[in-house]
Design a protein around this ligand. Sequence first.
Ligand code: NAD
Ligand code: GLY
Length: 367
Amino acid sequence: MTVHTQQVAIELGDRGYQIAIGDDLFDNPASYATLPGASTALIVSNTTVAPLYVSRLKQALEAGYERILELQLPDGEEFKTWESLQKVFDALLSAGCDRKTVLFALGGGVVGDMTGFAAATYMRGVPFVQVPTTLLAQVDSSVGGKTAINHPLGKNMIGAFYQPRLVVCDLSVLSTLPKREFSSGLAEVIKYGPIADTEFLGWLEVSMDQLLAQAPEALAHAVRRSCEIKAWVVGQDEKETGLRAILNFGHTFGHAIETGMGYGVWLHGEGVGAGMVMAAELSHRLGLVDAAFVKRLTRLIERAGLPTKGPVLDAQDNAGRYLELMRLDKKSEAGEIRFVVIDGPGRAAVRPAPDMLVRQVIDACCA
Ligand code: NAD
Ligand code: GLY
């Protein structure tokens, strides 16, 4: 079944761009017709995604570029590093790529974040296009211009805000995505409900089975609504001076899980899934939401195939380890952790919380 192509605009003046959503897009030359002219394109992908999709993307780009180069990075969160980034610069410099060269990120959030960072810094900035191939990347990481690599001490600690010229979300590529990765993406879809849109939260409850079955219309709606909400937030606060932090609901706990377990052991969305339960529980213990809300959100996260309990990171002092890791969160100010909490239907806020309360939440929410 073909889904009618839809466009969502990111309104950022001369850095604004379109997100195209449909199921006949990534290998269609028309999708790229608005891009600036250049002699060379570099497609950055990884060893899993490239064999599936790179030749079709290459073909679609042939009309627009004299040279189309390819680079396959190793696959995995543990390779979101300086070493991988260096491989992108090596490829660009050894091929004599100029500052008009267009980078195409073909892959999930790891490839997208790294390619974006490379584009932000190569010759002080070259154009790049996101062609996200995971659900998570289509609903979140490819949109909004956050680019980064990890540091052994913390997730996404080195990076830049740098907007793509275009995002091409082709739903058909999700059919090859492993089930666990699809569920990971659902975590980022779910987060938009509690922080911004209770109607969407209700829709997700009704539609979760269809989404898990990748029913085309349900999938298209989930991706479009997620992108619309993200576009609305990013359009108001591109560089996260305030509002944009709400997109990190569940991420303060989730990033601690990813770092504490070792990159790649828990998927990003799995950390966010358990992290949202913890953040909802914290909101409840702060008197902001009732217990029924925590139960409702936990049930939805569970139905999406995601963990609802965090892992034990330290057998001696688990809460202490979470707190230590969370103090490194980018939202922390002078060592004080700031949490995204739900403070009303479809409304989020960012605030500190007493360590004692956070410890209680972690004790209650880890297995
Ligand atoms: P990922 O990029 O590691 O992709 C997940 C796995 O799926 C990989 O093994 C990948 O090779 C494989 N894959 C990708 N597309 C496929 C397809 N169509 N068919 C089969 N296999 C496919 O992980 P992800 O979940 O896409 O992204 C997670 C990353 O995104 C994290 O590093 C996270 O920090 C980052 N992130 C960034 C933002 C942002 O705003 N920039 C937002 C959320 C998450
Ligand atoms: N994924 C969080 C953000 O883009 O701000």
